[in-house]
Design a protein around this ligand. Structure first.
Ligand code: SF4
Ligand code: SF4
Length: 444
């Protein structure tokens, strides 16, 4: 069978989801590297897991790539200076999710001088790869922010047979991963085969939505590369239907395996890596520069010049909005319109896992008008996890944790498909999020 014939169809299809307007107007916008801002504010919590403690103090000189925060916890990732300059203060900031965290403020000297200890890194074993990835500060760049070294840590009692490279990027507007594929295909190529080889994973599935023909061409070449001697690296085209890129959904599409509640992909024999993360690993080993910059898509109807920008982590959102000539935005979001979070304070910084800043005005900035539930059932049909979101609001109002558990709220991945489908404008995703918090608080 030729490579071309061996392009995979999804093994399983998750029902539900939403057909969204793609609005990927920045798809052909080459990444613009911005000049360092005068000051960066680097949050000590930029990942799922334990926040870092600052390892520097006011007055310290730092360089690009100097470690400025770390934690002893396994589920955490070190944080590095994204500009060279002087630490002006250690402060506290409230992130858009509401949590107060430490932050290191660095006044940039404008030179972007690399830390003198930075050098290429050689890895020959899985353990060396995991250590290097931890040192790099990499967290899942698709938006979730799960420390990448944790994902890559395998154990003999949980054999991994499939590495899924997630290039779906199914949220509207966002083209950050797409630009990675278009601009750095060699990094993607090297990253794919390096992880496959060092972790000794038999199968690789590179998943991408079928609305990205140019990326498909490049990824097909990667799957067909001469390094794939036994034809175990495949391309899988997914229907462009939100949320194809969600971890549980993509695992099911690639392997027909269901990820049980509270389990990691490794429990079902898979590792799922975002495609930009894979390319970053290759670059990191080659150059030794940790995760200090992030590509973000800046778009929305309040943005006069939509762009893909490569920005130092910690750059204020207001600076990014200014660079793209935001015109009186009434709503600013970090992330996509479905899973992103509204930002009320644009002095807050860009985080490692941010992939978009969207700014809206007029009707696009308004929430849907709310009426009572009309029991149409559309939210149920839209839910890829087979949940019944409509009664959750009532159970939440009565803090009926048993009922919330019976409604399986903990299975919700907060994809927003139910709220998008609801003709009554019910805030179902927000209700799901709160419901999960109630269940967690009750320890059930
Ligand atoms: S209930 Fe959760 S998983 Fe289901 S559609 Fe709504 S947000 Fe998505
Ligand atoms: S989609 Fe909205 S109106 Fe329809 S049942 Fe669900 S909550 Fe009610």
């Amino acid at each position: 069978m030729s490579k071309k014939e061996s392009i995979l169809r999804p093994k399983g299809r998750v029902k539900g989801g939403a057909r969204l307007p793609h609005n990927k107007t920045t798809a052909e916008a080459k990444t613009v590297v911005i000049d360092p801002p005068e000051k960066v504010v680097i949050s000590m919590s930029q990942h799922i897991g334990a926040p870092c403690q600052p390892t520097v103090k006011a007055g310290d000189q730092v360089f690009v790539g100097t470690v400025i925060g770390d934690s002893e916890s396994f589920i955490s990732a070190p944080i590095h200076a994204s500009v060279s300059g002087v630490v002006s203060e250690i402060t506290k900031i409230r992130l858009p999710a509401g949590n107060m965290v430490d932050a290191v403020v660095i006044e940039s000297d404008g030179k972007m001088q690399l830390d003198p200890d930075i050098k290429p890194i050689t890895v020959n074993t899985a353990e060396e790869l995991v250590k290097a990835v931890r040192d790099s500060g990499l967290v899942g760049l698709g938006g979730a922010g799960f420390p990448a070294h944790v994902k890559l840590t395998t154990s003999p009692d949980k054999p991994i047979d499939t590495l899924i490279i997630n290039g779906a990027e199914c949220e509207p507007y966002i083209t950050a991963d797409y630009r990675e594929i278009m601009e750095n295909p060699d990094d993607v190529l090297d990253g794919v085969y390096l992880i496959k080889k060092l972790l000794n994973i038999e199968n690789v599935i590179i998943a991408v939505e079928d609305n990205k023909p140019k990326a498909i061409k490049i990824l097909y070449e990667i799957a067909a590369d001469k390094r794939d001697t036994d034809d175990k690296v495949k391309l899988m085209k997914l229907k462009s239907r939100y949320p194809q890129g969600a971890e549980k959904v993509i695992i099911y599409s690639a392997t027909k395996r269901k990820l049980p509640l509270g389990k990691l992909p490794s429990d079902v024999g898979c590792i799922v890596m975002n495609i930009t993360s894979v390319a970053f690993i290759s670059r990191y080993l080659r150059k030794g520069i940790p995760l200090v910059k992030k590509r973000i898509t800046v778009d929305g109807n309040a943005i006069t010049e939509p762009k893909n920008l490569l920005v130092p982590i910690g750059t204020p959102i207001s600076h990014v909005l200014e660079l793209c000539k935001a015109d009186d935005p009434q709503k600013v979001m970090m992330g996509g319109p479905m899973m992103g979070i509204t930002v009320y304070d644009t002095s807050l910084p860009i985080l490692k896992q941010n992939n978009a800043i969207l700014a809206f005005k007029g009707k696009a900035a308004e929430s849907k008008p709310q009426t009572d539930c009309i029991r149409c059932g559309r939210c149920m049909r839209a839910c890829p996890m087979n949940l019944t979101p409509a009664p959750v609001e009532g159970a939440l109002k009565n803090t009926n944790v048993d009922e919330l558990n019976a409604l399986n709220v903990m299975h919700c991945m907060e994809c927003g498909s139910c709220a998008f489908a609801c003709p009554a404008g019910r805030p179902l995703t927000a209700a799901m999020r709160l419901a999960k918090n109630e269940v967690r608080k009750a320890g059930k």
